[in-house]
Design a protein around this ligand. Structure first.
Ligand code: E4P
Length: 218
């Protein structure tokens, strides 16, 4: 399963790429707004694309098909790593079809139902992003959606990759893997949580204490 980092924060992106742990990045307008300050978001997008050796999802902000297509072309021109992100609306699906026909990769975002995911695949999306955390937030079962999408994509041979998004905690990541999501986009805090286990800490402490009794060096 591919791991993407869900952030526009370059410090966090560098921390994860230095560790060799991530396959790509997803951004969205809210994530960019958190870090941009006075900077032009397009500059930040370029820096992210130059930092990461993998797909970087950059989102359009237009709401009609033609504006999304125009913005999508501009975003894709920023860097070869750019993947255009469009919302799962009627216009977003039309824009997806056009951008894919023009040779671009598209991530269809804000997916909340299996029928929406079917249409994303029909529109030729490279990725579909089901937002599991936001479904859980309204007392739904986000993971059920991953399971359903996996089933219909396998039933009919759709190659659109399932990109589990709106991840809130390590259990979401584990369940996405078990259910066969192709990728999972993870906020930095959750990525580092994945590495921690209290038994690892306890075990390491005991090993180091025992080693100390030897008074030896490696
Ligand atoms: C996906 O690409 C989105 O950026 C993201 O996962 C949204 O998650 P949120 O519900 O934490 O905002």
């Amino acid at each position: 399963m591919k791991i993407f980092l869900d952030t526009s924060d370059l410090k966090e992106i560098r921390r994860a790429t230095d560790a060799g742990l991530i396959d790509g990045i997803t951004t969205n307008p809210s994530l960019v707004a958190k870090v941009a300050g006075d900077r032009d978001p397009k500059e930040i997008y370029l820096e992210i694309c130059e930092t990461v050796n993998g797909p970087v999802s950059l989102e359009v902000v237009g709401v009609d098909r033609d504006t999304m297509v125009t913005e999508g072309r501009k975003l894709a021109a920023i860097h070869e790593n750019a993947v255009v992100k469009v919302p799962l609306t009627e216009d977003g699906l039309k824009a997806c079809r056009q951008l894919v026909s023009d040779g671009m990769r598209v991530n269809v975002t804000l997916c909340f139902s299996v029928s929406q995911a079917l249409l994303a695949a029909k529109a030729g999306a490279t990725y579909v992003s089901p937002f599991v955390g936001r479904i859980d937030d309204i007392s739904g079962e986000g993971m059920q959606l991953i399971h359903q999408i996996r089933q219909i994509y396998d039933n009919f041979g759709y190659t659109t990759e399932i990109l589990a998004a709106s991840i809130r905690h390590p259990v979401h990541v584990a369940e996405s893997m078990m259910l066969g999501a192709d990728c999972c986009t993870i906020p930095p805090k959750v990525l580092w949580q994945l590495s921690r286990h209290p038994l690892t800490d306890q075990g390491l402490e005991a090993f180091l204490k025992d080693w100390e009794t030897l008074g030896a060096n490696l």
